[in-house]
Write a protein that binds this ligand. Sequence first.
Ligand SMILES: Nc1ncnc2c1ncn2[C@@H]1O[C@H](COP(=O)(O)OP(=O)(O)OP(=O)(O)O)[C@@H](O)[C@H]1O
Ligand SMILES: [Mg+2]
Length: 339
Amino acid sequence: MKQLRVLALVAENLVPPDSLEGHSEKEIDEWKTEFDVISTLREMGHQVEVLGLSDDLTPIRSAILKRSPHIAFMLLEEFHGVVTYDQAIVSYLELMRQPYTGCNPRGLLLSKDKALTKKILAFHRIPSPKFTVFPIGRKVIRPQKLKFPIFVKSVIDDASLAISQSSVVYDDQELADRVAFVHEHTLADALAEEFIEGRELYVGVVGNDRLQTLPIWELWFNNSDQPIIATRKVKWDRGYQEKLGVETGPAKDLSEATQKQIARVCKKVYKALDLSGYARMDLRLRPEGKVYVLEANANPNLSYGEDFAESAEKDGLSYEDLISKLIGLGLRYRAPWKM
Ligand SMILES: Nc1ncnc2c1ncn2[C@@H]1O[C@H](COP(=O)(O)OP(=O)(O)OP(=O)(O)O)[C@@H](O)[C@H]1O
Ligand SMILES: [Mg+2]
């Protein structure tokens, strides 16, 4: 790939240092994705300008006008502290006629709203758990069709915010309590859905029009029989991960037919939600073999060694190859301003 001018857009508090030296594991965890992507881009010979942002768009405009970057590398996950504003940032990039990596505004908007996502999946007859939404400030009245056990989470938040083993509830009192907890801790409406007992699978999808699915990944616990739920602690607490023996890796013992079916479903979801660039689908697999889509994550975590990059590696795509691929997709994405 020729040498490119890359504008890396990152959260102001996650601008990584030039080297890992002298930083604790805990510090590194905070900005590891940003560090991995930026240092890799530099090692590949690209000229990278890193822009830390929190609540002002002016620096983006100035940087674009001053340097005409070939590509903006989108690593921002929020603006003004609001996680749904990432779509506004890429909208702004489109208004500036600036190519960028990752998902387009429409795909981000649709996939961030888990309830809207599920309505679209239902139209396409893609199985996802039955659900209802309990808005903040309204009484919790469970629809008849929604049976226990029920899983309660925020309708928009990610990174398993407010998700623990207590997210599974077994009666109306527990449901009301957990909904109140989600309202209070996420300040978002609560999504209550059928709890799908079974295995937890992740599938990376890469592409704009022609889609590639990455090998199916699985989460499991080596030292615990508790239900496989990717809680906040399972995702971020190293001590807890060790205690449970949390591991992710290629899904084991899936028949060829199931693997094909899962890949097909994931591509269908990607298209139904108008995604582009790259995404990771979160799925559940019931013991009898039925697959449910939990959600689609546009612009998933790109850290080196994390599930998405690991599964790409399993498919023969090195981290450098993956980053180059995402840049290529960003450059080729047919944004309306190009038409
Ligand atoms: N209906 C459900 N049945 C069983 N488990 C569920 C259900 N919904 C969520 N979970 C569990 O909770 C985890 C987090 O849920 P979900 O992926 O919707 O939230 P998230 O916060 O957006 O996660 P992230 O953005 O990190 O992927 C899932 O990976 C799964 O383990
Ligand atoms: Mg998820």
